[in-house]
Design a protein around this ligand. Sequence first.
Ligand SMILES: CC(=O)N[C@H]1[C@@H](OP(=O)(O)OP(=O)(O)OC[C@H]2O[C@@H](n3ccc(=O)[nH]c3=O)[C@H](O)[C@@H]2O)O[C@H](CO)[C@@H](O)[C@@H]1O
Ligand SMILES: C=C(OP(=O)(O)O)C(=O)O
Length: 451
Amino acid sequence: MTDDVLVVHGGTPLEGRIRVRGAKNLVSKAMVAALLGDSPSRLFDVPKIRDVEVVRGLLGLHGVKVTDGTEDGELVFDPSNVESASTDQINVHAGSSRIPILFCGPLLHRLGHAFIPDLGGCHIGPRPIDFHLQALREFGATVEKTPEGLHLSAPNGLHGTKFALPYPSVGATEQVLLTAVMAEGVTELRNAAVEPEIIDLICILQKMGAIIKVHTDRVIEIQGVKRLHGYSHRPIPDRIEAASWAAAALATRGHVEVLGAQQADMMTFLNIFRSVGGEYEVTDARPPKLSDPGQEGGIRFWHPGGELNAVALETDVHPGFMTDWQQPLVVALTQARGLSIVHETVYEQRLGYTEALNTMGANIQVYRDCLGGTPCRFGRRNFKHSAVIAGPSKLHAADLVIPDLRAGFSHLIAALAAEGTSRVYGVDLINRGYEDFEAKLASLGAHVERP
Ligand SMILES: CC(=O)N[C@H]1[C@@H](OP(=O)(O)OP(=O)(O)OC[C@H]2O[C@@H](n3ccc(=O)[nH]c3=O)[C@H](O)[C@@H]2O)O[C@H](CO)[C@@H](O)[C@@H]1O
Ligand SMILES: C=C(OP(=O)(O)O)C(=O)O
């Protein structure tokens, strides 16, 4: 733990330009989809993050040859020899990521059985997988829970089904997609999640030969096919990372251009960013010509000076304000004048990180009540899932221990915005979702060092 610490000398605005690559929440699923093809797949712009390493490891254990392509960030997957792996080998990855649960459908199609280790991911609530398992059973899978992990089989194959999710879960929607594409017959999924990362996964599956219709009102219809082939795909950029750097620019009174950031996927964030008083400019990409090297598109985010405004926001499923944007933005809200209100409706325990911000001088109170109008599953269940942030607060340095990915990035932003020198422990957790964050910090002029 002691060598996993970053010393942050705060108080300097972040200034400069960084680039985001393929979205963590798409790339890892695209890698799983490669298992379904009967020929190699190619994925571009893959960031070097921990979740990618975990999925690469799991694919390798199941006989998928994963190699680096010629382009930086390109991965090639050859699934021609998919095979079983031992539970001991698979359990090396226990507790490291949430993606292993998505191996169920593809492994059942390819091998007739699957073993799934305990899942990891951010500690932001209990995160059950009941919708996943219920859907898999509807397709005809049998699921056995054992102390070492989940064992699944499909003795009679997988068959299309009609299924309605109790809540538009991202992971459960992906589970249904990755299973239904090669199940026999038609599947109709109601109350599906429609996040941009899901639409991009559907694009990949369609490239592979799948037949998928996305209807209005969260209904997705999938016509199972007998075979799928490999794909070649450049994923959507990481809108969570982009928003995190935007929040860092605002909290430190800086100016950061995020190359690769895409307006369409970030509209809800951009509206809140502007309401808080942040400025942004969308820079469109210009393709290269003989006389002109062209320009990569992105979004410039900056603090225009003066005071920021308090806002009320609720996190929600797409197209609402993403829960993963919440933690970084709250750090900026500690600098806004007045009372900001955040109602977290996606996870029951995603406000624990505010305690650390309070030790740095922030004034954030958390409540069990629903402080917002969006129907929420947590209001009567005793979870502290609403926050009132009173600002502006002068943040001072502190010693911080990072609990998980997004809370970790928000701790880091707070340390950068604070006066004085903070020590941030457990920074390695940030590598699960932010590629090269230390190099990016350095290029933005942050004063950070390893002790
Ligand atoms: C790797 C990845 O893509 N992670 C994202 C994904 O997580 P993930 O796919 O795990 O999140 P879900 O959308 O499934 O979870 C949303 C809510 O549904 C509940 N639920 C989910 C499944 C289930 O079987 N039972 C159940 O009750 C969860 O506890 C949570 O309260 O979507 C979340 C919501 O946008 C994001 O915050 C995560 O960054
Ligand atoms: C909650 C997150 O991810 P995961 O589902 O991988 O824990 C996140 O990326 O903020």
